[in-house]
Design a protein around this ligand. Sequence first.
Ligand SMILES: [Zn+2]
Length: 385
Amino acid sequence: MSDPVDLLLRGARLPDRDDLVDIAIAGERSHIHLDKVLLTDRVTATAGTLEEAIRVTGQAKRGFTVEDITSRARRVLDLAVRAGTTAMRSHVEVDPLVGLTGIEAMLALRAEYAPALDLQLCAFAQEGIVQAPGTEGLLRRALSMGADLVGGCPYNDSDAIEHIRIVFGLATAFGVDADFHVDFSDEPEHLHVREIAAQTVRAGWQGRVAVGHLTELAAVPGFRQDELVAEIAGAGLGVICLPATDLYLMGRQDELNVRRGLTPIKRLLNAGVPVALASNNVRNAFTPVGTADLAHMTFLAALAAHMGTPAELRALLAMITTHPARLLRLADYGLTPGSRADLVVWDCARAEDVAATLPARTLVVKRGRVSVEARHETVDRWRAP
Ligand SMILES: [Zn+2]
């Protein structure tokens, strides 16, 4: 007598094998700023630079309320769940401008969306820590209230090294992971990732630290990239590439051969570094377009990072599934017997079709239950019946 089956998916093709299998169930993910999504009708950004995006969003942030953040974040969470996201990390800004309003709103949404989505909340110092007095205490309170991890943004502070040290102090004091926005420029003017790698090893936090953007890594010569990638791999850092934001904000000073401004994905993957693709921002001054569908990020990265072979297209799928699962340290993740039953049924024949064709998500399964069932019918009426 076999165990009872709640859900049986027949004739499915897994990303890593060619034959069709049945999946018996007896039960994807993202880095995103839910607190500042859907602001394009509220802020005016004309220069399109990172500095302007931070400035105009800081102005808008003074007017945020719990209700406002909740309603904007809910619209984007619904899009993400329908697109097949079953786990997500959201950075939530904590600073003297917005206080703990974002954390308050997002803690309630984490509970509301628990049946569909594991939401990790990263208390995030977007405005700096040293240059924004009071922020460290607010981060501490956010972690006490239930934030899952802590994040910093050393390029936007007056003392980047001290900023990183404070974030690690909080991470180790609360026993939580750390997730930085780092080295977000066209030129290698910061390279703070080296300090983060060193402090990660010093704290014994290998496997618990992620860095987003890291676009400056692409701006040093190849041999130097290899040296830095070795430091990143040695410290067990994960990297999060944010192709929509990075393509939009980088290369703004270039008049000729405008740079793409993406971290060197293939070099990092070849060194064994987990690399995730994430949405980052959805319709605000940092990224004016977006639908919170991670398949779109694979499509963008295929072009912008020159990843077009079948193996590279499958690697892109791993960058929205298994790699981010490692970064979020999700237990029992995968399509193997005994793994937790979180999965997405894509309407396509091969794993590489996800990036190549952006297929529909037929079913989304969370903890063994169907969380989303898509029904969509198109009739080509122009054809003869
Ligand atoms: Zn971000």
